[in-house]
Design a protein around this ligand. Sequence first.
Ligand code: HEM
Length: 206
Amino acid sequence: MAKLIQRYGDRTRLNHWFVAILFICAGLTGLAVFHPSMYFLSNLFGGGQWTRILHPFFGLLMVIGFVFLFFQVVRDNFWTREDTQWVKHSPDLLKGDEEAMPPVGKYNAGQKIVFWIFGISLLLLLVTGFMFWRPWFAELFPIPVRRIAVLVHAISATVLIISVIIHIYAAIWVKGSVGAMTRGTVSEGWARKHHPLWYRKITGGK
Ligand code: HEM
């Protein structure tokens, strides 16, 4: 049996899946009210009125959940000089030549970019969402401001959805990653291959 290494504790995993489930609920309710072609999705949430009522609450809970997740992982997502090198070499990775990549710590530069896009798009969704949340907050803002808020909200949601698709694709593509967020563990081989600097750090420089 391959030796397993702890990558995430229970709290972080629960937090992550809370955010992921709320993302799906906020995403589906948002798409249902965004365009008539996706209105059928409102059937999943008890019809149009409930979908409209629930959407901002799902969104708010997702953002609150992400704030907790953010502070648990942010220190491993700060940009370093090695990350710039990693980005320069990224065409090699896409060709399947991982050996050519500079060694990586807990997260590679691609994961870090996705992490910061999550943070920025969620912040924009939160701020703009309040600006047209009727009946409570929308009246505080002039109509032209609300219109800009609606546009920024839709663009941020599109960016977030595309980033989550990339995030899930990468999690499945790099075999052995999903277990990090389900069981909390990865194999020693996975850690040595994909995140050698992290592996060295947690095994005391071996
Ligand atoms: C719904 C499907 C999702 C799947 C299958 C998934 C899978 C994963 C996996 C396997 C990891 C561990 C990667 C590693 O340790 O190298 C991870 C980490 C993470 N995920 Fe997800 N995830 C999903 C949704 C989301 C959503 C919706 C968000 C937030 C908007 C999110 C935010 C994060 C963050 C912040 C990390 C820590 C890694 C980092 O900071 O770069 N995930 N996810």
